[in-house]
Design a protein around this ligand. Structure first.
Ligand code: IPM
Ligand code: MN
Length: 352
């Protein structure tokens, strides 16, 4: 099979972790007789530096013409403490999500048996955790009307949702729940927010079409608490953009390292696969970042974008093997030897 993949390495540790994922994908392609055509493109701070735009039109065209996008990370500290910066790397990410119509962000959280004790949470709390957040990604307060008034003394961000936006996200949630344990949790703040009441009302209507799915409705503050108390009681969770942003960071620590969790963003056009960690500026160029989240994102890409399940399993298996044998970067090595980013990549290629 011919796989056309746009490669957006981005900033910070992005290029380092992406390089490992490319090695692993190429090795899988050789093993299973596929032909990957990688098309690199600029995004993030490096795109601002090069052409003044964090998501240039040329990059957008490359993404549109690809079968899938593999993405590293964006962000640069020089923008973080400068609220007056006119263009910011993160705008590239938001523009990309919007222009590619990536309305659903799929963020799984699962545990690795060999890493249970790396988690800050107790073993009995997290064993068996296997949940998936479906975060709405192109609406809500991220994209609503925003601005300043009263001569700059008042600021506002507006949260807006349409029923259609809720339906298309929730539909993916119900469908996913049907392929798993048929449990769906709708996370909202319907005791306070009108948008949340629209979410809840819409999901309640839709639930009639999925009689086999048990739907629970929980307030976001309670979920924030229960997620670290009993993560293994959840399965599929659907939620709006900002709640999803916050809860998925929280969920990512359950597994023991944020450097492990993959994600997919799907919608109308090309799907995008990316690690959920950010650009980790302090580690840039040091060859110490954990490449596994990106490599596991590539596994999601093989399975979901190309229907290549066996290839995805091969990647997951070799990743599990590396974890069991302690071939891990410093975030996971504890008192044992820490391997470099590139050494982990090499080991995976050799052992695939
Ligand atoms: C994420 C990130 C982004 C978000 C930022 C970088 C704009 O935190 O992908 O979760 O808030 O969506
Ligand atoms: Mn986030």
């Amino acid at each position: 099979m011919k796989l056309n993949i746009a490669l957006l390495a981005g900033d910070g540790i992005g290029p380092e972790v992406i390089a490992q994922a490319v090695k692993v994908c190429d090795a899988v392609a050789t093993k299973y007789n596929h032909n990957i055509n990688w098309t690199p493109a600029l995004t993030g701070a490096c795109a601002i530096d090069a052409v003044g735009d964090p998501y240039p039109e040329e990059t957008h065209q490359i993404c549109l013409n690809a079968d899938a996008v593999l993405f590293g990370a964006i962000g640069h500290p020089k923008y973080d403490n400068d609220p007056s910066a006119k263009v910011r790397p993160e705008q590239g990410l938001l523009k990309m999500r919007q222009k590619l119509g990536l309305f659903a962000n799929v963020r799984p959280t699962f545990t690795f048996p060999s890493l249970i004790d790396n988690s800050p949470l107790k073993r009995e709390r997290i064993e068996g955790t296997d949940l998936i957040f479906l975060r709405e990604l192109t609406g809500g307060i991220y994209f609503g009307e925003k601005g300043r008034k009263d001569g700059g003394e008042t600021a506002f961000d507006t949260c807006t949702y349409t029923r259609a936006e809720v339906i298309r996200l929730a539909k993916k949630g119900f469908e996913l729940a049907m392929t798993r344990s048929k449990k769906l949790c709708c996370v909202d703040k319907a005791n306070v927010l009108e948008t949340s009441r629209l979410w809840r009302e819409t999901v309640q209507d839709m639930a009639k079409d999925y009689p086999e799915v048990t739907v629970s409705y929980e307030f976001v503050d309670a979920v924030a608490m229960r997620l670290v108390q009993w993560p293994n009681s959840y399965d599929v969770l659907i939620t709006e953009n900002l709640f999803g942003d916050i809860l998925t960071d929280e969920a990512s620590v359950i597994s023991g390292s944020m450097g492990l969790m993959p994600s997919a963003s799907v919608g109308d056009k090309t799907s995008l696969y990316e690690p959920i960690h950010g650009s980790y500026p302090q580690a840039t160029g040091k060859d110490i970042a954990n490449p596994l989240a990106t490599i596991l994102s590539a596994a999601m890409m093989f399975e979901d974008a190309f229907g290549l399940k066996e290839e995805a399993e091969a990647i997951r298996n070799v990743v599990n093997k590396s974890l069991e044998q302690g071939i891990v970067t410093e975030d996971l090595s504890g008192k044992n030897k820490a391997y470099k980013t590139s050494e982990v990549g090499d080991w995976l290629v050799t052992n695939l």
